[in-house]
Design a protein around this ligand. Structure first.
Ligand code: SAM
Length: 199
């Protein structure tokens, strides 16, 4: 583990140096472009959004907090070694334990991209993680799900997840649509939900 953590830290440092030169190394696929060039900037412009949680960190997401400079961004990742790719505010945790780490109704948005089917796999764990996210969202808060509708990643499709039934369908930030396939090759889908307002 320390070897992996060292490797990630070194990679994050090198990438950070390159980033500062203005040349941000990132994936150029359409699904990433949509997230980075449309969805996250739309959230950054939204005056109703203050606090965001980004779940799952990788070398290619290290700059996501910087795409949201007006917001208070926290990252969460189960793998301690990947903290190197997290934001300044970072939580090492399983998303299933989200309510132990964040207060109820404290978040305006949860971005959960590439976690369902990528480690968050078992139905009970998925329910615990998403139900916890619902608890931590403020009324009206956004839950943006990114997932791959292709085996073996689609073992728990969204329509089978009861916790999502407590949310309303919403538009993906920056778009006038609730869900879409952002990349055909791996059936990477985005779909957006909102926690109902009280009353
Ligand atoms: C495919 S990467 C996706 C990273 C990123 N969210 C993105 O936009 O692509 C999946 C990441 O989610 C993390 N992960 C998987 N299950 C998790 C869980 N239950 N709680 C927190 N992180 C988890 C993995 O360790 C991995 O780093």
């Amino acid at each position: 583990m320390p070897a992996k953590a060292d490797l990630y830290r070194t990679a994050a440092r090198m990438l950070g140096t390159i980033d500062k030169s203005g040349w941000v190394l990132r994936y150029r696929y359409g699904d990433r472009r949509l997230l980075e060039d449309v969805v996250l900037p739309a959230l950054n412009r939204d005056p109703g959004v203050e606090t965001l949680l980004l779940v799952g960190c990788a070398w290619y997401t290290r700059h996501y907090p910087q795409l949201l400079p007006r917001k208070r961004v926290t990252t969460m990742e189960i793998d301690p070694a990947k903290a190197a790719f997290g934001g300044d505010s970072h939580i090492v945790a399983n998303m299933t334990d989200i309510t132990e780490r964040l207060p109820p109704e404290s978040l305006d948005g949860v971005i959960c991209n590439g976690v369902l089917g990528w480690g968050l796999d078992e139905p009970d764990a998925v329910e615990a993680a998403f139900a916890g996210a619902v608890v931590c969202l403020k009324p009206g808060g956004l839950f943006l799900l990114g997932w791959n509708d292709i085996p073996p990643r689609n073992h728990c499709p969204p329509e089978s997840i009861s916790a999502l039934g407590r949310l309303e369908a919403a538009n993906i930030p920056g778009l006038e649509i609730h869900s879409l396939v952002a990349l055909e090759r791996n059936q990477h889908c985005y779909q957006a939900y909102r926690k109902p307002e009280k009353g």
